[in-house]
Design a protein around this ligand. Sequence first.
Ligand code: NAD
Length: 384
Amino acid sequence: MTEFGFVSAGRIIFGPGVSRRLPGISSEFGSRALVVTGANPDRFADRLEEVAGALDSLSTFEVDSEPSIELIEKGVSRGRDAGSDVVIALGGGSVIDAGKAIAGLLGNAGKLIDYLEVIGGAQPLPKPGLPFIAAPTTAGTGSEVTKNAVVYSPLHRVKVSFRSPYLIPRVALVDPELTYLLPPGITAASGLDALTQVLEPFVSRFANPLTDGICREGLTRAARSIRRVYSDPDNTSREDMSLASLFGGLALANAGLGAVHGLAGPLGGLIKAPHGSICACLLPHVAAENLRALKSLPDASVQLARFREVAQLLTGQPDAQIEEGLNWLIETCEMLRIPRLSELGLTRAEIPALVEQSLKASSMKGNPVDLTADDLATIVDAAF
Ligand code: NAD
C-alpha cells in the first residue's frame, strides 16, 4: 500500500440544530467577527443576532454570486477596516469559499492573484490566516472541510483555486436544518455536486483506504436520497445529503477529483450556471469516456472494478454492472431536470478553448486515466 495523509477541518460538528452553537464557538476564537453571508442575510437573521450578542462587534459582508477576485479583495478590506479577528461564513459554497479566501488573506501580505493556481503566481500562503468557521446552508460543496477556495477571474474567464493547508476551516458546523428550505433547483444542483464529489475521489488516481470508506458511505447516502430530496424532501433525506456533501469535501481534499471538475472549472468561467448543474451534465459522459479509455489499456481491471462498485452503490443492486450505473446517473439527471450545456449557455465556438483550459486544470490530475483533447471534446459534445 502506498503512503497517504489526511487533512480536514480542526473540528467537525454535524447534526440538526448544531448551528445554534455558533455564538459559543465564535467567541472561542475572537471577539470581532466578520460574518460572510449570502445576498439574503435575513434568511438566517436569528443565527446572526445570536452571534452578535456573544461578541464585541460583528461586521457583515454579502456574497451574491460565485466569488470573483475583486469581491474577495473587497471582503479583505472590510475585515481590515473592522479590525476583525475571526471570520465566519454562513451560506452556500460561494459564501464559504469567499470567507475562506478572505480569512486566509487577512493573516497575510500580498494580493490574491499571487496565490492563485493556473492564472496567478501559485505562491504558497506563508502563514495561517484569521481563524475561520464555516456553516454550510446548501448540501453540495463540502467546502467547510477543504483547503481550497474557488475564485472567478473575469479577465481570464475561468474559475481557479486558491489552495493552502492554512485555508482549512478551524471549525465546520454542518447543520442539515439550514438546508430544509432550499428550493428544488438549488437542491438538485448542489446535491449532484455532492454526488460527483464522492464519486470522482473514489475512482481517482489518489484514492486511499480512508477516502474509499468515506466515499462508499457518501455514495450510499447520496444515491438513496438524492431523488427524494428533490421531489419530496424530508429530514432524513436532507441529513443524508448534508452528510454526502461533507463526505465529498473530506474525500476531494485528500484524494483529488477528475475530469468532471477539470472541465467544470473553465466552464464555470465561460457560462453563468450553477456549478452543480455543470458537474451533473458532464458526469455520465465523463464516466462513459473514462470507461472507454480504460478498456483500451492492457490491464485496467482495478479501475474497472471501482466503476462496477460505484454502479452497485448507486443502484443498490449487489450484482449491478457498470452500464447500469451509467443509466442510473443519466436517469437521475433527467429526473432532477438538469439542463444540457447548450441550454446553460455554452456555444460550440467556445469548445476548443474550453478543452485547452481544462487540460491545465489541477482537478484533471486525479482522473483515473489520461484523457486527450479529443476525448475531452467528445465529452463536451455529448453533454452539449
Ligand atoms: P451557492 O453558494 O452559489 O448558492 C446557490 C444559491 O443558493 C444562491 O442563490 C444562494 O443565495 C442560495 N442559497 C444558499 N443557501 C440557501 C438556503 N439555505 N435556502 C435558500 N437558498 C439558499 O451554491 P453552492 O452550490 O453551495 O456553491 C457553489 C460554489 O462552490 C461554486 O463556486 C463552486 O465552484 C464552489 N465549490 C467549492 C468547493 C471547495 O472545496 N472549495 C467544492 C465544490 C464547489
